[in-house]
Design a protein around this ligand. Structure first.
Ligand SMILES: [Zn+2]
Length: 231
């Protein structure tokens, strides 16, 4: 599992790239080179200068040592015009940085300093077009995923989902286009739109439906007890 710190630094790397007047940037950009799959932690593109920069985040020394890609001849430095390694302050010495890479350090207040400048690669192995395409896809996926994960967040974390009787879903009404949440039974085929003044039927097999969570009998008995208690 990815650490909180790694996740945080990846996001900061993106802000830093955006600041460098890049037109397009994204985290986790999938790249393919010589049948190898790589994932750049952050990639930024400047269309006017026709330049691509990659940042690879390392939060532990083990992680840095283990990463064969950094040292390989198909590594990030070979794929873009500039490549950096970004770490917390003091993790790596300048001498440890593989040839061509720059070193960025980020302090506890998210201030990023260039410790070592990268060497410009005039002829990246991947074309700018390819990098634009890959970065565009990653950026688009990130936006859509963010929207979806907000909408389908399970606040019960599946606590009552063993042998469920009732499901909480969100669905878009084909008539008024409002997206609302509904409690349904497992095989239920339609719900009636609850948007004010609509009352249109929503066929669940056709509508855009997302399952949020489910509730079992434990949930009901606990709820029932609490309800009776409060009367
Ligand atoms: Zn409706």
């Amino acid at each position: 599992m990815e650490s909180q710190l790694h996740e945080h630094l990846k996001r900061q790397a993106l802000y830093w790239l955006k600041d460098k007047m890049t037109d397009l940037c994204a985290n986790e950009v999938k790249l393919f080179i010589r049948r190898k799959r790589l994932k750049a932690d952050a990639l930024g593109i400047n269309l006017e200068r026709k330049e691509a920069r990659i940042i690879e985040v390392k939060v532990t020394k083990e992680d840095f040592k283990r990463d064969e890609v950094l040292h390989a001849n198909y590594g990030y430095h070979a794929l873009a015009n500039y490549a950096y390694i970004m770490t917390p302050v003091g993790l790596l010495q300048k001498e440890e940085i593989p040839i061509g890479y720059g070193l960025l350090e980020i302090d506890e207040y998210d201030v990023i300093k260039v410790i070592k400048r990268p060497v410009r690669n005039p002829k990246p192995q991947l074309k700018l077009d390819t990098l634009v395409k890959r970065t565009g896809r990653a950026a688009t996926n990130a936006v859509l995923f963010q929207e979806l994960s907000k909408e389908t967040k399970d606040i019960t974390k599946g606590a009552f989902s063993k042998k469920p009787k009732v499901h909480l879903i969100s669905a878009t009404c084909p008539s008024c286009k409002k997206r609302k949440q509904y409690l349904i039974k497992k095989e239920q085929e339609t719900v009636t739109c609850i948007a004010r003044g609509c009352k249109h039927d929503i066929p669940l097999s056709k509508a855009r439906v997302h399952h949020i969570t489910a509730y079992n009998e434990d949930f009901f008995s606990q709820m029932q007890a609490l309800m009776n208690d409060s009367i």
